[in-house]
Design a protein around this ligand. Structure first.
Ligand code: FAD
Length: 374
């Protein structure tokens, strides 16, 4: 007889951790399986740590709704549990007339999404707020900020455990098979291959989430779940650039990312990034030859930056549903009952603003699980 559990969560990134914490509050028998030796070693620790306001995404999309809800939950949680966090505000900057019109569109989009504190800024107003930034105009988002995501991950892990979730590290899920109304989940650890039975499987596998859906038997091409990897690199700036800019400075968004921004982190380090280019495989090396492109991008609004002051820093990979040239794709967070997989909850394409939205995503999944177990 195989061991039987209520809920198996695959993946201990911020989404798996927040979901485990949420579900374990109400139900026992929540197990999190993670292939790495501990939690949060992939995308959840390779990002900008920015708390996004919720401006860019189409109205009523999950990205818009969960970002706005998640932002508020995250600020409250950071405040209550002393997780370092700074509501610095951010300015999206425009270089010409065309970009100014685009700023106005973003202003409207943000308001439709419930971001009601946005302010369009003239060149003089940008200069007054950020004397070292050069821009024709700006869009101020006072509710944007950044925080210590590593402490959040630790906090979610310890709360999930306190509430009864069990974590199984160094264990890769390699098979999922329907077994009546349940799932037989096969896993591999250093002792070999074993299996258990779960009533509910929640797929929070980040860069592997499409493969996990496929393992369960979903036709991912038909479902539109095939991921495209999109790499984002960061370059650091010399410490002499500290305290020249106080807010996050963003250009207008690109097709695949929010644009290479300028950020002075909680530790004082100044970063440029992330870039966005599609890649075929996971590789976190930063290509030094991209330095010039980072410099060109930064110089448009930060004329004080010098090429020799940039150094390769780190990289992350976005699990995107949107391929090169594609239109907007939303998060997929779905109970696969209609596709013939009751009890399987898939989270696919949880790219930015996934960190900001993590607590709201966990609530959303928590409601699905509650319906299934009640
Ligand atoms: C460059 C970059 C910048 C970003 N900046 C921001 C930002 O500033 N603000 C923001 O809100 N969002 C940002 N994001 C997005 C955010 O980081 C992600 O949305 C979020 O971290 C996704 O978390 P996750 O738990 O889904 O994925 P992950 O952190 O990747 O976790 C998935 C986990 O699943 C595990 N796993 C996979 N397959 C298996 C298996 N078969 N068996 C067991 N375990 C498995 C993995 O090992 C991993 O630990 C950024 C992303 C990138 C790439």
């Amino acid at each position: 007889m195989l061991a039987e559990i209520d809920t198996a969560i695959i993946g201990a990134g911020v989404i798996g951790l927040a979901t485990a914490r949420e579900i374990a509050q109400r139900k026992k028998g929540v197990f999190v399986f993670e292939k790495n030796r501990t939690f949060g070693l992939e995308t959840s620790s390779r990002n900008s740590e920015v708390i996004h306001a919720g401006i860019y995404y189409p109205e009523e999309s999950l990205k818009a709704k969960l970002c706005v809800e998640g932002k508020n939950l995250l600020y409250k949680l950071c405040d209550k549990h002393n997780i370092a966090c700074k509501k610095s505000g951010k300015i999206i900057v425009a270089a010409d007339e065309n970009e100014i019109n685009w700023l106005k569109e973003l202003y409207e989009q943000g308001r439709k999404n419930g971001v009601n504190d946005l302010v369009l800024l003239s060149r003089t107003e940008v200069k007054r707020l950020e004397p070292n930034v050069e821009a024709r105009a700006g869009l101020l988002s006072p509710s944007s900020g950044f925080f210590d995501s590593h402490t959040l991950l630790k906090f979610l892990y310890s709360q999930a455990r306190e509430k009864g979730a069990e974590f199984v590290f160094g264990t890769e899920v390699i098979g999922i098979e329907r077994a009546g109304a349940k799932y037989r989940v096969q896993m591999k650890d250093r002792d070999g291959i074993s299996a258990f039975v779960a009533h509910i499987v929640v797929n929070c596998a980040g860069l592997n989430c499409d493969r996990i859906a496929q393992l369960a038997g979903i036709d991912i091409a038909k479902a539109g779940y095939k991921l495209h990897y999109c790499k984002g690199e960061y370059f650091s700036l010399d410490s002499k650039y500290r305290n020249l800019v106080s807010k996050l400075i963003y250009p207008l968004p690109e097709q695949a990312g929010h644009g290479i921004h300028f950020k002075q982190g909680l530790d004082g380090r100044v970063l440029l990034g992330p870039s966005a280019h599609y890649v075929g495989a996971i590789d976190y090396a930063v290509d030094e030859t991209h330095k010039q492109a980072f410099y060109n991008s930064a110089r448009r609004f930060l004329p004080f930056v010098e090429l020799e002051d940039l150094a390769p820093e780190s990289a992350g990979i976005r699990p995107k549903l949107q391929g090169p040239g594609d239109d907007f794709r939303d998060f997929v967070i779905t109970h696969e009952e209609k596709t013939g997989f009751p009890g399987l909850i898939n989270l696919i394409g949880i790219e930015s603003p996934g960190l900001t939205a993590s607590l709201a995503i966990a609530r959303y999944v928590g409601r699905m699980v509650k319906e299934l177990l009640d």
